[in-house]
Write a protein that binds this ligand. Structure first.
Ligand SMILES: Cc1cc2nc3c(=O)[nH]c(=O)nc-3n(C[C@H](O)[C@H](O)[C@H](O)COP(=O)(O)OP(=O)(O)OC[C@H]3O[C@@H](n4cnc5c(N)ncnc54)[C@H](O)[C@@H]3O)c2cc1C
Length: 240
């Protein structure tokens, strides 16, 4: 796998406890929407120790000039090092890798199921699809506890209003803990939810990303609905 040097250009809070990190995109670094990289940091507390490494899906689409990763900020050694990275600091990325990418067959609709920060690969896919004016029907089922936790929610709501081929079905499963107005779904994604939100699509391919327990549950639910494993593509975000 190829290693590239990148530099941090900006850090932005994009939801409660969630930040996006924008880096320079190295010359010659090509990726497909939905793919991931390892971001390798030098630990400022012990610069000679083994480098800190975590995997992140790339949020930015390939047509965009910058490279953006987004994560829930935690009190782990890695996230402490990431948080303290000053603008202009160097880091390395290794990759890209991952098979969470749209199929070549544009006739098949795609249903994305994202739990929390599992939204990241789908943002890249949706941005590139809009940029390329893909005719493919794309549907996103996006589950969070509260709107405050839902990264990229406004961007997605706007896409839903503007693009005929894209529909967002967001659900907030702890809306009583929110101070925001919410008129949408509030139940967890289960078989009935899937049928309601995507049942009318013909032979879709399903993509699932999020915490491992959620991904496992979704894959089992899809299997019970007679969706074949070949038609499910999933990514476990370990550590959540
Ligand atoms: C393909 C892929 C894409 C990802 N994309 C994103 C993204 O876009 N945004 C994001 O926030 N996160 C993403 N992740 C998860 C990310 O790599 C971190 O694991 C996560 O952010 C938790 O890191 P942490 O420092 O908060 O916790 P950590 O302290 O690193 O992890 C907490 C606990 O999780 C368990 N754990 C961590 N990593 C693994 C592992 N590889 N295998 C098994 N158990 C493990 C360990 O028990 C660990 O103690 C992705 C993971 C994968 C594999």
């Amino acid at each position: 796998m190829t290693t590239y040097e990148v530099r941090l250009t900006q850090t932005v809070e994009i939801a409660d406890g969630t930040a996006a990190f924008q880096f320079t995109k190295p010359a010659g670094f090509n990726f497909k929407p939905g793919q991931a990289v390892d971001l390798v940091l030098i630990d400022p507390a012990s610069p000679n120790a083994e480098n800190l490494r975590h995997t992140f899906s790339i949020v930015a689409a390939p047509f965009q000039e910058e490279l953006v990763l987004a994560t829930r900020m935690r009190d782990s050694a890695y996230k402490r090092a990431l948080r303290s990275l000053p603008v202009g600091a160097a880091a390395s990325i290794e990759g890209p890798f991952g098979s969470l990418v749209l199929p070549e067959d544009r006739a098949r609709p795609a249903v994305f199921i994202a739990g929390g920060i599992g939204i990241t690969p789908f943002i890249s896919i949706l941005r590139q699809a809009a940029h390329d004016r893909l005719p493919q029907h794309l549907r996103l089922l996006y589950s969070n506890r509260r709107p405050e936790d839902a990264a990229f929610l406004e961007e997605l709501q706007q896409r839903d209003r503007q693009h005929e081929n894209f529909r967002l079905v967001a659900t907030m499963t702890a809306i009583s803990k929110s101070s925001r107005q919410w008129d949408g779904e509030t139940v967890s994604i289960d078989g009935a939810f899937l049928k309601r939100a995507a049942g009318a699509l013909v032979a879709p391919i399903y993509y699932v990303a999020g915490p491992p327990t959620m991904v496992e549950e979704m894959c089992e639910t899809l299997n019970r609905m007679d969706v074949d494993d070949d038609d499910i593509c999933s990514e476990d975000f370990f550590g959540y």
